[in-house]
Design a protein around this ligand. Sequence first.
Ligand SMILES: [Zn+2]
Length: 113
Amino acid sequence: MRKGGGTMKKGEINKMVEMHEQALQEMGGFLTNFSATVLGDLNKLNMIVVALLREQNKIIDYECECGFTTLIPKLKHVEIDTHCPQCGKEYLTDSQQTKVEDWDNAKVAKEEE
Ligand SMILES: [Zn+2]
């Protein structure tokens, strides 16, 4: 009887492990689908924001010394990461940010001439 009970217990444990693994696999599948959905939405949102900013000339393509190109939004009150994602070099200091605005004003002035 003890032997039989022991075998049953082992069987139950195996079943539990099996169920646990199945649950983990299902959860993994759910998380994969979930993150794919969220990432897809984020991508769409990002594309819309970039397109809107481009339309209003509120975004510039900045090419770093290392050759990496990144987008810099020209928005007031928005703190952006001023380091190149590729090499970590700071690409936009305060003085350069002023220059960007000056450049923008100069462009407007030129158009008026
Ligand atoms: Zn760089």
